[in-house]
Design a protein around this ligand. Structure first.
Ligand SMILES: [Zn+2]
Length: 104
């Protein structure tokens, strides 16, 4: 794999090659043990840069990471109870996407 190589001649769609299971692992891993996560991802062909890009695409921010660390929870993708869209949930009590929370 072209791990962390500066050349950007990639013909692979960088953000689209993660499974749902890997998404879940990324979201949890960045909160719990980033070094272990990035090591595992590297062994499975994903560079640290693509993992971080994926996390950002899923909506993960430093603020959410900090919040989860404080609360002892971790983020995950859930289906909104109202509109059934998948969204980034910050814990088991968080079941509505941002748009539906604003509407309710
Ligand atoms: Zn919703």
């Amino acid at each position: 794999m072209t791990d962390d190589s500066p050349s950007d001649s990639s013909d692979q769609p960088s953000a689209a090659t993660f499974t749902r299971e890997q998404d879940a692992r990324i979201l949890r891993g960045l909160v719990e043990d980033e070094a272990a996560l990035l090591k595992w991802m590297r062994e499975h062909g994903h560079s640290a840069r693509s993992v971080r890009a994926r996390a950002a695409l899923l909506g993960l921010t430093n603020q959410i990471v900090q919040q989860c660390r404080i609360n002892g929870t971790w983020p995950s993708m859930r289906e909104c109870l109202a509109c059934e869209q998948r969204f980034l949930s910050t814990g088991s009590q968080h079941r509505l996407c941002r748009r539906c929370r604003q509407l309710s």
